[in-house]
Ligand binder design. Structure first.
Ligand code: IVH
Length: 688
């Protein structure tokens, strides 16, 4: 479609914007292929909002601005379904025989013998969410309702409008007069995790599982809150239909037609002859289940021909032509044997439930995460409790809730992480802390704690820290797991023999690594401070500290007050530094590193008042410089008192351009900013 004409009259312009936004929404949310950058989309959306604000009469029910807009409802209004929303029978046999049994039942009902041709089927996912009926009249979404008791549901139109993949208008020049599309609203696992992570960080209650998340969102009276818990929708059936001239006559063709109308239909579906189609689908989906973006509890088989569906009809208010074939449950109950506390790579202490083994989500689970102390307390999980454990996708199994009515009389005490550990890290014995506003307890052992060793070494060796080329993740794994490196100073005690004996390590690369280690000894104070991996101390803070204290000893012995006197250092960073240097192990590591030859220039603290050659000047670096890296150039400019910015503006004093400089160079020329090369930069560094 052409871009909407910006000079059209408001009514025309609004209509064109609506159509364009609907097209972009369909591409983004249904086809998963964004067509324009988010900012372009936002601009169109804001323009439409502005037109509608100026001309409220142009605001239509199917305008994308109306996806979130309604006021909270006092209550939901009942909706009587034109065609009842029924449920399906579940095949309890989870083996492939379940599919054959269904095929046999269908054949018997149709009076087919073994010699008759196979029945054609459609197989699709059984979504684990909330059934919704979408009513489109002449292509416009006019109502969305829950299933309720099957006869009467609730009007949840406002909340369903917030589901971005649900089209507000069908994509057809002549849509049916009435089309009721049925499907499932659900919360994708990633959204569920994101929502729960956010809640946990704020110390607020979490959702038990995505299904409850979806139900909570759909049955939320305030659509603004519903919009914060994004849902997806997948169509699998229909209710009332009127005036659809070329309506398909098989189930699979109906789903294809829905897709063509712009409705979301899950791509995981298959149609074909006989039980083997169903058995294959069941197996394929079982293998793919963990990698689907949402939970399913099984698959659904349907007789494909709508004429045969009518012939087979219903029994006990369930279609004879459809069956659900389940997979092993993703939630099961079991007993908590103990609550252990694990130390993560960053020192985070995570309570983990040790469980009586239980088969859930296709594997036997014996451990489940409890996330953090507040979560354990909120759920009140105790040793001895029966709990619900959930394992879905490749997500770590977690304890969802306690079955309080099954709590034994001799259940354990309420959980108290600090008390249980006696205040010490279970791996290294260092003190543990929980900072204000944080949900996690942490080990302060840093460089010393075995659990944090790999992470600490990788950080120390990283490019912006000590820059030890060749010391990557695989090698660190080998060195630590093989007991060769315990602490940072051990790195400098590595010999050629030990290194060359490692897997996949040739003499040449061992030699290179030793050379890189040797080179890293000539450090700078800011790099060394940063390399220690002190919590909250990033590169900028490390530079600030080095500038202020001038020596490592000055920093190590600074009081909390002295630390807070450094620009940009607040109580949290100060406390983190103090805690780090108060651990004897950490001081020991620093001493040993120095003893191994790690050194830096400790000139007296720079006199802040002494003018530096580039004070007050802002630089932007672009392209490849002939002899120094951009990183080096940045360090040198900053050491000379200058600033390095990421983008060119009128405030930029110099753009330093190297080979293949791109848009920044063009921008500099446009704004008339001075463009210099590396040689000119060197001259400025030397003389200002
Ligand atoms: S067909 C008349 N197909 O499972 C047949 N239902 O017990 C109507 N469900 O609450 C249902 N995925 O919301 C059908 N592919 C699918 C489904 C599906 C999930 C839900 C549905 C209903 C329950 C059926």
């Amino acid at each position: 479609m052409a871009q909407p004409d910006p000079y059209a009259p408001p009514a025309e312009r609004a209509a064109a914007l609506r159509a364009e936004i609907a097209r972009l929404d369909h591409a983004y949310y249904v086809l998963d292929t964004p067509l324009v950058p988010d900012a372009d989309y936002d601009a169109l959306f804001r323009e439409l909002q502005a037109i509608e604000a100026a001309h409220p009469e142009l605001r239509t029910a199917d305008s994308p601005t109306q996806r979130v807009g309604g006021a909270p409802l006092p209550q939901f209004v009942p909706v009587r379904h034109a065609v009842p929303m029924l449920s399906i029978q579940t095949e309890t046999d989870t083996t492939p025989q379940g599919a054959s049994a269904f095929d046999q039942r269908v054949r018997n009902k149709l009076g087919l013998s073994a010699d008759d041709p196979p029945v054609l089927y459609n197989a699709e996912l059984k979504f684990d969410g909330l059934a919704i009926n979408l009513r489109y009249e002449h292509g416009v979404l006019v109502q969305a309702a829950t299933r309720g008791d099957g006869e009467t549901g609730e009007d949840v139109t406002q909340n369903v409008r917030t589901i971005r993949s649900v089209p507000l208008q069908l994509r057809a020049p002549k849509p049916p007069a009435v089309l009721e599309v049925r499907g499932e609203a659900l919360m994708q696992r990633a959204e569920f995790e994101r929502y729960n992570d956010r809640q946990r960080a704020k110390g607020l209650p979490t959702l038990v599982n995505p299904r409850n998340g979806a139900a909570g969102s759909i049955r939320q009276l305030d659509p603004a809150i519903a919009a914060q818990r994004p849902l997806a929708f997948y169509a699998y059936g229909w209710g009332e239909i009127q005036g659809w001239s070329d309506q398909p006559d098989t189930h699979h063709a109906m789903l294809d037609a829905f897709e063509a109308l712009g409705l979301p239909v899950a791509p995981q579906r298959a149609h074909g002859p006989g039980a083997q189609t169903l058995i294959r689908f069941h197996a394929d989906i079982a293998a793919a289940r963990d990698s689907l973006p949402f939970d399913i509890d099984g698959v659904v088989y349907k007789v494909d021909s709508l004429a045969l569906q009518r012939e087979l009809g219903f029994r006990n208010r369930e279609p004879v032509w459809a069956v659900a074939h389940k997979y092993p449950a993703q939630e099961r109950s079991t007993r908590v044997l103990a609550i252990d506390i694990q130390v993560g790579r960053t020192g985070k202490l995570t309570p983990v439930a040790k469980l009586e083994p239980v088969f859930v989500g296709g594997v036997t689970v014996t451990n489940a995460t409890l996330h953090n102390e507040d979560e354990v307390r909120r759920k009140d999980v105790r040793v001895g409790d029966m709990v619900v454990v959930r394992r879905a996708g490749d997500v770590i199994p977690e304890v969802v809730s306690v079955l309080l009515d099954q709590r034994p009389a001799d259940v354990g005490e309420p959980f108290d992480l600090y008390k249980q550990l006696g205040g010490h890290c279970p791996v290294c014995g260092s003190g543990i802390v929980r900072e204000e506003g944080e949900a996690d307890w942490r080990c302060t052992g840093g460089l010393f704690c075995a659990a944090q060793r790999k992470q600490a070494i990788l950080h120390y060796a990283s490019r912006r820290a000590m820059d030890i080329e060749g010391l990557g993740e695989k090698l660190v794994d080998q060195l630590v797991d093989g007991g060769i490196v315990h602490t940072l100073p051990d790195l400098y005690r590595l010999g050629l023999m030990k290194l060359a004996a490692l897997d996949r390590m040739a003499d040449k690369s061992a030699g290179n690594l030793l050379a890189a280690l040797e080179r890293s000894k000539a450090a700078t104070l800011p790099r060394f401070i940063y390399a220690l991996g002190i919590r909250h101390v990033g590169e900028a803070t490390a530079k600030e500290l080095a500038r202020h204290f001038g020596s490592l000893d000055g920093l190590m012995n600074a009081s909390l007050e002295q630390l807070q006197a450094v620009p940009d250092i607040g109580p949290i960073v100060a406390l983190s530094l103090r805690t780090f240097f108060d651990q004897p192990h950490n001081r020991e590591v620093v001493e040993q590193l120095r003893a191994c030859g790690v050194r830096w220039d400790e000139s007296a603290p720079a006199d802040a008042t002494a003018p530096k050659p580039l004070t007050g000047k802002t630089f932007v670096l672009t392209g490849t410089l002939p002899s120094i890296s951009r990183e080096d150039a940045k360090e040198r400019i900053e050491a000379a008192g200058g600033k390095v910015a990421g983008a060119v503006s009128k405030k930029t004093d110099y753009v330093v351009a190297g080979a293949e400089a791109g848009s920044k160079l063009a921008k500099a020329q446009e704004l008339g900013v001075a463009v210099i090369d590396e040689a000119a930069l060197m001259a400025l560094l030397a003389h200002g």
